[in-house]
Each structure stands twice: as structure tokens, then as C-alpha cells.
Design a protein around this ligand. Sequence first.
Ligand code: SF4
Ligand code: SF4
Length: 368
Amino acid sequence: MKKLGFGLMRLPLINGTKTIDKDELIKMVDLFIAKGFTYFDTAYMYMDYQSESVTKEVLVDRYPRDKFTITSKLPTMYLKEVNDMERIFNEQLNKLGITYFDYYLLHNLNGNTLPIANKLDAFSFILNKKKEGKIKHIGFSFHDKASMLEEILIKHPEIELVQLQINYIDWDSPSIESRKCYEVATKYNKKVIVMEPVKGGILMNIPLKAKELFNSYNKEVSLASWALRFAASLDNVFMVLSGMSNLEQMIDNTNTFYDFKPLNEKEHEVIKEVVDIMNQTNEIACTGCSYCTEGCPKNIPIPKYFDLYNSHIKNKNSNSSMYYAILTKTHSKASDCIKCHKCEKSCPQHLKITDLLNTVANTFEKKN
Ligand code: SF4
Ligand code: SF4
């Protein structure tokens, strides 16, 4: 199986709206399948809960079931009682119009969600669904320390796959521990699915000096291809997910994987130099996933503010201050944060959101 998976969480939108551009998406799906790729990755809450039903329209209703595989996930962060698992699982099958999942994962296990998954016995739930034939392979996606990953894998030998955040900037990061998590998964013979190989687009928007370094080695290839090849060059990586948002990205990504070439030694060195450059910037490592905004009592548009801050850091002449002033006319300001820390519990990047909002406020509000 080719190692590129289509992540259905950043689908194309019709200009300036939240409506999914199905015509563009159909072209992307058709190209993906025509080039021999088969792996589609969705989840319950992706695209404001629309991803699974749109996947039915653009994929399931248009191709024979043996032409593609579907992965979805049980949202551990939304589970309150045992019955929620059966209800959501059946809802997902219905939304997708399928009778079984090829891969089904417990979504976003971490220090906050693992106790819920244990309390409701979510591991047994997915194992039983596998025995019933409604799931072919089981696993979980994970956002915490390698030591916790090891504890889970020891306790649950039935798990076949682990989905991890792996990319070149997080590889040796002490907060994400990509390398350590990868090594633990490998030690326990679990196949690894890579999420966020481009870190939510951050690795497409790197400092100019880093871009020049990549270009000086090879100006024919995209920034995304460096990031994807880094993840896919790891031996135990079974699949690399890319959340593609338009046909252009689909063409570029599928070209990278069509006749895949692992990174050579020199390319690894170039990446190390790029990491050094990136580690010298003060950008906020927010991927824009929006997991933090759901329960915020002040409705602060956290990722939007972090994005404006990053643009400001990169280019002091950007219009970030102006956009911040416009946004705060209809939303709470960064300084309205009451420091309840609710958002930090859901952040897969383990960002100190309250401190960072303080930085945003100091940057944009002092002049207003
Ligand atoms: S800490 Fe601030 S930003 Fe986070 S949920 Fe609470 S009020 Fe919202
Ligand atoms: S702050 Fe964290 S949870 Fe919120 S959008 Fe950024 S990465 Fe996601």
C-alpha cells in the first residue's frame, strides 16, 4: 500500500464560506484513487461534524468498497457514558454509508482523555467491534509523553496501530516527543500512522532563511515534500496523513509518494539546519486544530489570534494589528481570558495558551 493517506480534516471550502467545495473535493478524490492511493482518514468532529457525511458523497457512493479504506475515530473527549460509544459508532457508520471500518482508532488519547477511555472501557468496545467484524484493525491516536504511550501499549497488546504526531520540527521536541513516541511504538511492533507531518501548515510557512536553504539543495521540490518525505522515510511508518485542501496540494503530495524516494544523508543534514533556524524564532507552534475553542467560556478565537501573532513576528509590516482590531469588535479580546485553563487541557501541542494570550494582548492591545 502506498504510504500517503488523505486526511479529511481541512477540506476545500467555497471562497470565504464554511461550505465544503464538493466539486473540488471530487476532483481530488478521483486523482488520489487514479494514482493508486487508497487510504482515507476522517473523524467524528472534523469539518464541523461534516467530514464523514461528505466522505460518503464524494467517495463511498462513487467507488466500489474494495477500492478504498476508511479510518475513523471514537471521540474520547466527547464521551460521558458507556452508551455514547455505541451511539456515536453507529452514527459514524450511517454517516459514512458503510458496514465496517478498515481502521478505527480511539481519538486523541492523552492524560485527560485516557481516564475516560479506561472508565468506559473504550478499549474493549473497539476490540468487541473488531470481533463482530465491524472494524478490521484497531488503534488509537496519541498526544502525550512516550512514557504514557508505553504504559498503554503494555496494558493493551490487542492494539495494532498508533497514530502519532511526527514531523521534523517536533522530532526532538521535549513537549511533543515525536522521536521517543515513535521508538516506543516500534519497540512494541505497532504500525505507525503519522499525523501533522507538516504541523498543520507551519512547515509550509517557514522563515525565509530556511526556505532558501531547502531551495539551494533542490529548488524543484515543494516545502511540503520535504516534510512528508521526512515522516515517510521512517521504516516503521505505515501511513502518512496529509490534510490536503485543494487540487494543487493533492497533485504535489501524490507526486511525492507516487515513486517515493526516502531522504538521503545530505537531505537529513539540510533538515537539521532548517530545524536550527526555526528553533531561533518566537512563533507560536499552533496548528490551528481548534480543539481549544470548544469549551472556552469567553469564546476567544485562540488559533486566529495566534496566527495573527505569528504573521506579526514574521513580518512587522503585516496588517495583523489591524485584523486583530477588527476581530475584537465581534469576539472577546486575548486579555479577556479568565485563565480557567480549560483550553490547555485540549491542546494536542501542549501550548501554555493563557501565557501566550497574554503575549498576544501585550503585542496588539497596548496600542489600541
Ligand atoms: S483559559 Fe482563557 S482562553 Fe482558555 S478556556 Fe479559559 S478563558 Fe478561554
Ligand atoms: S492552541 Fe492548541 S488546541 Fe488551540 S488551535 Fe492551536 S494547537 Fe489546536
